[in-house]
Write a protein that binds this ligand. Structure first.
Ligand code: SF4
Ligand code: SF4
Length: 722
């Protein structure tokens, strides 16, 4: 197996190679855009959220009744002439399947696509026993010829061009194959595979669902090869993870409404097969197919008991978490997974394929939440990835960046003193931005300090933080309509205090009293991203205590990432004693745009609408994390001329420490985003998150784009009617 995960430096090198693979870039880019549009289209006719909830509930039921359903499946399948086995490890599974082959005098084995077989390394194990194994799914056959693993769970050869395929077919057939003639290449595959189908003595298939009520197993394909594999040979072996068990056929019918829509944006695949029992087979003396179902545990019963990770059982292997992942889109499945790919691949690698591999791989998640937004089983994938990072830090120790960040942020006063010192120390290097009026940037940092961060200009720390300005700017209102508190986050407090000042100006104009508790500190998200759970819990407690006495109507934050952390993740990491207070705290958190639009109800009449063309970048934590979509766009259009941007909701590549750890990927995401921004012709770009401001402004500055980048609060404050 091709393994890019032996070392961190090796992994980065392979990422670089993937980023320079022009074919991969073009194919995955095209696929990402087309998939998103087709998926949206095909889900219009069903209740997507309702179906996902149903799948989650039904799969949860199956997990909770795993033993019972296994016994029921076994009884029902055995009644229908099927041998049912349960094995604990990949080695046991491989040995059992090899034994079944030997007992039935099999030499030639046919396979239809199975991720479980990939998980256990079935092909090499059978080949080591002297068996000839042929993959029959076209994509799987191609990667078998190349001795590679799949780069996608549904489209295993998506990373290959027709030229590479023609070369492989030339080698396989001994005849030159013309790469331009794709139809002919398909025909060549068909002829080759037909010969193998006829010669095959044992077929091995995967299984999407194993139905307890009638002992049936199912396959879903577009090529029909699984039907050939499961019907032609005299022996049929099904390999299935225990997580494939469901209670009823009705559960399958519910899942079928989502699985193909999510996998390939199809209403249904060309072939859906349910096999309940061993069918007829004239090649066997008793006229019956020899059929075995092998259930693999490989840690699944332990996962099923885990209060958090048991969600994994909801996965139906649709591959959508890769299809929408911006990192997969750039580097492909061989770098965004090990055997399983995409978000679920990062998680399963930890459980099935080694913690060292998972440690490297889990760093490469930017936390954009695109995956959880489409997951067929409603799995909170980014949370599980964060949890793995945290577990790995506990189990294997922290990396340098994490240790330094943890030490610095643990104590608010020390952290803030450090930031103030940095504001002083940076002075020889700072200057004004060329593109964004008045913005202070690190203009004279030698390349030595920037290294791979040179793709964007870095912001300067403000001379005077927001907390130091607060006593002078705090509005004094006689009869306020409500009382709110501001949560600043570190970036706005120390780098962009003008964004918070713009918010304060709007609130004062609308007679809203504002407090700013001085004991507040970092929200903890950067720590979470680095696996520093212990310190992130400490800072979460400090923040809750900081707002305790005020009891405001709302806690407003202008940082979408902080909002997600305070509103959702505090409840995850502070579950247990005191959780009632955490819940109350979370219920008061609101992002800036929602507060202005939904609570203050500002609309067009409240603004002097300018003719300025303004475009928007939807921060991941706002549009997906908080599901806030319409409010900022409506407000921009109230205050100026809103020009929509292509791929407005695709990540800008910031991701906090991600942009430091993976600058090669961060810079590509930024580049694409800025191209789309430029294409709008807008003179201004606004966002709801200071992290995105940092990334986008720094990139625009570096590229010399004439686009002013700032926070939406600044635009609204400028155009507010007084
Ligand atoms: S959160 Fe974003 S980057 Fe991370 S795995 Fe999911 S889609 Fe990929
Ligand atoms: S985790 Fe969700 S999106 Fe990813 S393959 Fe599984 S069901 Fe599909």
């Amino acid at each position: 197996m091709h393994d890019a995960l032996q070392s961190s430096s090796g992994y980065h090198q392979e990422i670089d190679e993937a980023l320079h693979d022009a074919f991969l870039r073009k194919t995955l880019d095209k696929f990402a855009v087309e998939y998103r549009a087709s998926r949206a289209n095909v889900f219009q006719e069903v209740d997507e959220r309702g179906l996902i909830r149903q799948i989650a509930d039904r799969k949860d039921y199956a997990r909770q009744h795993l033993e019972e359903l296994y016994e029921q499946f076994k009884t029902e399948a055995e009644k229908r002439g099927v041998h049912v086995h349960r094995v604990a490890t990949p080695e046991e599974a491989n040995a059992l399947i090899a034994r079944i082959a030997k007992e039935n005098n099999v030499r030639r084995v046919l396979k239809s696509k199975s991720m479980t077989a990939e998980e256990i390394g079935l092909n090499p194990a059978l080949e080591a026993e002297g068996l000839i194994v042929d993959e029959t799914d076209l994509g799987e056959w191609i990667i078998q010829l190349r001795h590679e693993g799949p780069s996608h769970m549904v489209m295993p050869a998506i990373h290959l061009s027709r030229y590479q395929v023609a070369e492989d077919f030339t080698k396989a057939t001994g005849e030159y194959q013309e790469p331009e003639d794709i139809q002919r290449l398909v025909k060549v595959a068909r002829v080759q595979l037909r010969r193998k189908f006829i010669a095959g003595e044992m077929g091995i298939s995967g299984c999407n669902f194993a139905v307890a009520e009638n002992g049936a197993v199912s396959t879903l394909t577009n090529e029909g090869n699984a039907r050939m594999v499961t019907t032609l040979p005299r022996v049929h072996v099904v390999i299935a993870g225990l997580d494939k068990l469901v209670a009823t056929l009705d559960d399958v019918m519910v899942a079928l409404q989502v699985l193909p829509r999510n996998a390939t944006a199809q209403r249904i695949t060309s072939y859906f097969t349910l096999m309940d029992g061993a069918g007829e087979c004239q090649a066997n003396p008793d006229n019956k197919k020899i059929m075995h179902v092998v259930f693999l545990d490989n840690g699944r019963t332990e996962i099923a008991k885990d209060p958090l990770f048991s969600q994994i059982f909801r996965c139906v292997r649709c591959g959508a978490c890769a299809n929408v992942c911006p990192v997969f889109r750039l580097v492909g499945g061989h770098k965004m997974g090990y055997v399983y790919i995409g978000a679920i691949g990062l998680i399963l690698t930890y459980f099935f394929h080694g913690k060292d591999r998972a440690r490297i791989l889990c760093q490469n998640c930017i936390g954009c939440q695109s995956c959880s937004n489409v997951c067929a089983g409603g799995i909170d994938l980014p949370r599980l990835v964060r949890e793995i990072r945290s577990r790995l830090t506990q189990e294997k120790g922290s990396d340098l960046l994490g240790s330094v960040a943890s030490m610095a942020m643990k104590d608010r006063k020390t952290f803030h003193r450090l930031l103030k010192f940095a504001s002083f120390a940076q002075k020889p290097f700072t200057g004004k931005s060329d593109t964004t009026e008045g913005a202070r940037m690190q203009r004279h940092l030698p390349m030595l300090f920037l290294g791979k961060q040179g793709f964007k200009a870095l912001p300067a720390i403000a001379d005077k933080s927001f907390r130091d300005r607060w006593p002078q700017i705090r509005p004094k209102l006689d009869k306020p309509v409500m009382r709110v508190a501001l949560f600043s986050g570190c970036a706005q407090d120390f780098m962009y205090p003008e964004e918070l000042e713009a918010c304060v100006k709007i609130l004062a104009a609308k007679n809203v009293a504002v407090d700013f508790p001085m004991e507040q500190t970092c929200c903890g998200l950067p720590l979470e991203m680095m696996g520093q759970r212990k310190t992130s819990i400490e800072v979460a407690r400090q923040n809750i205590a900081a707002f305790r006495e005020l009891n405001p109507d709302y806690i407003i934050t202008l940082c979408a990432s902080c909002a997600g952390q305070l509103k959702h993740h505090y409840q995850d990491i502070l579950a247990g004693p005191g959780e009632e207070e955490v819940k109350q705290f979370a219920s008061k958190i609101i992002d800036f745009s929602s507060f202005i639009h939904d609570v203050l109800k500002l609309e067009a009449k409240d603004f002097n609408r300018s003719a300025e063309k303004v475009t928007y970048h939807a921060s991941c934590h706002l549009c997906r994390g908080l599901q806030v979509r319409e409010q900022p766009r409506a407000l921009i259009n109230d205050a100026a001329e809103y020009v929509p941007c292509e791929e407005e909701e695709v990540c800008c590549g910031f991701g906090g420490s991600y942009s430091v750890k993976f600058p090669e990927i961060s810079s590509r995401l930024l580049e694409k985003k800025l191209k789309n921004v430029e294409a709008t012709g807008a003179s201004r770009l606004v966002v709801d998150c200071p992290g995105c401001v940092m990334q986008l402004r720094g990139g625009a500055e570096k590229q010399g784009l004439k686009v002013k980048v700032g926070h939406i609060a600044e635009l609204l404050a400028e155009n507010l009617k007084q």
